[in-house]
Write a protein that binds this ligand. Structure first.
Ligand code: SF4
Ligand code: SF4
Length: 325
């Protein structure tokens, strides 16, 4: 059974690092990163349980429960805060200190950010500084909403027909902006603020853009990092699944897997434990190396495995694979 070790050649560690960097850089991907983290914890806990590591499995399950609990608590606070703002808008305008405040709501295609100026217990001005909805429809809605908001101490405005989601997003943004000016208004707990910062709940929508970024980063950068870190892995990136090596190899299949192609693909994924197991079936004839159009050979894969085992301080096994290079 493969052991989890803290090493840069451990693929899970690299994936976690890359996901954390992407989540930090792209707010839209944070919710997805959180989902991946929860899913990873669940899978890991089940694997440890099956491996008989009950204590570790309990620890992972507890981390999962705490994570889901924190997120659920924060989501509930956001929901109740929004409901509170909706029911207390008149009071908030009357209590808000004079000033200009920013607020954000969720439009049809993305966030709507507004600036609201409150003076003498009235909404004096309201500007939309950022929005992603269809321009003529959204601007028409903003104009109607402005008429219902400016100069008033209540926001008893209805959503504009044909721009319902834009309207609600804008109204929520206005409510949030005014709420910032009321010192006595309830606030989110620090715990929720931290959770929401990481999860970016305000964004709420994982865009295809952020999904694509995450996919590219994980696939390309991770392979590249691995190729740079583990000697012999770089070549495996060039494998095009042509199966020529399978045709040349006298072994051809191990456990139903095409051999040695599956071994090359496993090395590309950083699954060196499986590669090491498969490598034991190689008879060292080098026929694969002679035929592979990408210049990949079982010996180059053996070098990658040996490098990995050295990092794991498994000297004896490393020496065995070095002798195959
Ligand atoms: S012959 Fe080379 S490129 Fe083709 S599947 Fe085998 S390792 Fe990959
Ligand atoms: S060197 Fe190993 S993997 Fe390559 S053809 Fe010979 S037995 Fe198959």
């Amino acid at each position: 059974m493969a052991k989890f070790r803290v090493s840069w050649s451990n693929r899970w560690l690299r994936l976690a690092l890359v996901t954390a960097i992407v989540a930090f850089a792209f707010a839209g991907a944070r919710l997805l990163a959180l989902g991946l983290l929860f899913a990873g914890l669940a899978v890991w806990a089940v694997k440890r349980w099956r491996a008989g590591k009950r204590l570790l499995a309990y620890g992972l399950a507890a981390a999962l429960v705490v994570g889901v609990g924190l997120y659920g608590f924060a989501a509930f606070e956001v929901w109740s805060m929004r409901a509170w703002r909706a029911g207390h808008f008149d009071d908030m305008v009357l209590l808000a200190a004079d000033g200009t405040y920013e607020g954000e709501g969720r439009g049809k295609r993305g966030p709507v950010r507004v600036e609201v100026t409150v003076r003498d217990h009235r909404v004096e001005e309201f500007d939309v500084v950022e929005f992603y909805d269809t321009i003529p429809i959204a601007e028409g809605a903003f104009e109607e909403l402005r008429e219902g908001l400016v100069g008033r101490s209540d926001a008893d405005v209805d959503a504009v027909t044909g721009a319902t989601r834009t309207s609600y997003g804008t109204i929520n943004a206005v409510r949030e902006a005014v709420w910032r000016g009321v010192a006595e208004a309830p606030r989110l707990s620090v715990l929720s603020k931290i959770t929401l910062w990481f999860a970016s709940v305000k964004v709420q929508k994982v865009t295809f853009h952020s999904l694509a970024v995450l996919f590219i980063v994980v696939l390309l950068f991770d392979y590249t990092i691995q190729a740079a870190l583990v000697e012999g892995t770089g070549q495996t990136l060039n494998c095009m699944d042509c199966q020529t090596c399978v045709g040349a190899c006298p072994v051809k299949r191990v456990d139903g897997w095409l051999f040695p192609m599956e071994m090359v693909l496993r090395a590309r994924l950083g699954d060196y434990e499986t590669v090491a197991r498969l490598m034991e079936y190689c008879v060292g004839c080098a026929k694969c190396a002679a035929k592979c159009p990408a210049g990949i050979s079982a010996p180059s894969v053996a070098a990658a495995v040996a490098h990995y085992l050295r990092k794991q301080k498994r000297e004896e096994e490393a020496e065995f694979f070095e002798s195959r290079v």
